[in-house]
Design a protein around this ligand. Structure first.
Ligand SMILES: [Zn+2]
Length: 217
């Protein structure tokens, strides 16, 4: 059920869904949702990066102090602006879509330094931090809740079906069978489900009741 609150003093539309979800952030798949849906990273990020590389090469080849170099510099700046605008645009749309679909959205606290070590330079291209900032801002406007769970919680190694915790899980393993309950867990979806469960347990009962009462008319 969807309730649209249309208040002239508050132009923002509030949609109550009564739904909570957990999200796993990744490189190729930008977001994996606990309900199984996946949001792939847009291809244009990669294309724009190639355009920047090319512009950067052209800039460095031009003679210092020349008009050509200045022209190449402006071109490079423009390419940077293009990619950050396109990315921000995509983040806004995604944040609106997610906050329309869910009332409570759970994420792991970002450990950007650790991610950078693990994944290299790409992490800054994806700018998870920027996305979460936009999402938090939109959620606040719409009366939705963003929950961050402890980054040290073993969301990938825990079976979302029975709670069994693996001793280790290699980064390359995309799917694993739980030795305890035999269920097969897709790495990202399993993590998202655990993040959702932990997030739900940290949301106070009052919050849940408020969410639920909002959808019962
Ligand atoms: Zn299990």
């Amino acid at each position: 059920m969807v309730i649209v609150v249309d208040d002239a003093s508050n132009p923002d539309v509030e949609i109550k869904t009564g739904k909570i979800a957990g999200f796993d952030l990744g490189l190729k798949t930008f977001l994996t949702c606990s309900d199984g849906t996946k949001i792939e990273s847009p291809q244009f990020f990669k294309q724009s990066l190639n355009a920047i590389k090319k512009a950067s090469r052209q800039h460095s080849k031009k003679l210092k102090g020349s008009a050509n170099r200045e022209r190449a510099r402006k071109n490079l700046v423009r390419k940077y602006e293009d990619i950050s605008n396109a990315r921000r645009d995509w983040f806004w749309k995604l944040a609106h879509d997610l906050t329309n679909r869910f009332d409570v959205l759970c994420f792991e606290t970002l450990n950007l330094k650790g991610m950078q070590r693990l994944w290299g330079r790409k992490i800054s291209d994806l700018a998870f931090g920027e996305f979460l900032q936009i999402l938090e801002w939109i959620a606040k406007k719409k009366g939705k809740q963003i929950v961050f769970i402890d980054q040290w919680y073993p969301s990938s190694k825990t079976c979302s079906n029975c709670g069994h915790v693996l001793e280790k899980l290699d980064l390359s393993v995309r799917k694993w069978r739980c030795p305890s309950c035999q269920s097969v867990n897709g790495r990202d979806e399993n993590a998202a489900k655990n993040i959702c469960a932990v997030g739900a347990s940290t949301v106070g009962l009052d919050d849940l009741r408020r969410t639920l009462s909002a959808i019962v008319v």
